[in-house]
Design a protein around this ligand. Sequence first.
Ligand code: SF4
Length: 234
Amino acid sequence: MKNKALQIAAALEAVYPEALCSLEYNGEPWRLMVMARLSAQCTDEKVNRVCEVLFQRFPTYQALADAPVEEVEEIIRSCGLFRNKSREIIAECQILRDEYDGRVPDTMEELLRFPGVGRKVANLLLGDLYGVPAIVVDTHCIRLTGRWGLVPEGEENPVKIERILAADLASLKGRAQSDFCHRIVLFGREYCSADKPRCSECPLKELCPSAGKPVSRKKQKKSRSKSSKTTETS
Ligand code: SF4
């Protein structure tokens, strides 16, 4: 008998046989690293739009490594936190150029040395670029694993959630864990948003202990405040 996480993984695969990363990085690893940094507190859709302009202006990691920070700030301004993000994506490209000859490293330890790369981004890179089993704990993952009862109620610590899911999904090899995470994002957007889950139409309602339960006002407020925190003003 499969555990609950594996049952949900199978159900998600049936709904979304393709598990594409929603960041359009055109098969270029350095671009995924940059886009993943830009996606913090920003939608993937907006990152894709902004990066069309960014990568047209700076088409290689070497070009972005040498980019004037003010120009990068102007291009990525709408992604929010644009001052920090500009400095960090330029620094990422400098490290790639100076220490890795453009190759995005394939270990957690090395990835965590890059500015703006935490476990979430590192796991995204390891899973998508190298097929390493890796759990990407983003806001969708935190919300949905809570609603599905895969983690203790109220648990929002990404490292703890990653540990629980990695154990429950240990039998998923290669890219299957990162595919699971991509499907969570697709599913969260389509059916199970933070404030208005569409339980009556949800293909996972038989597996979900939260089906039909109202979302608390506190959680609605929290989700609204998170979605409004995308613009850096200082
Ligand atoms: S049944 Fe409702 S709460 Fe559960 S996963 Fe589906 S949409 Fe979300």
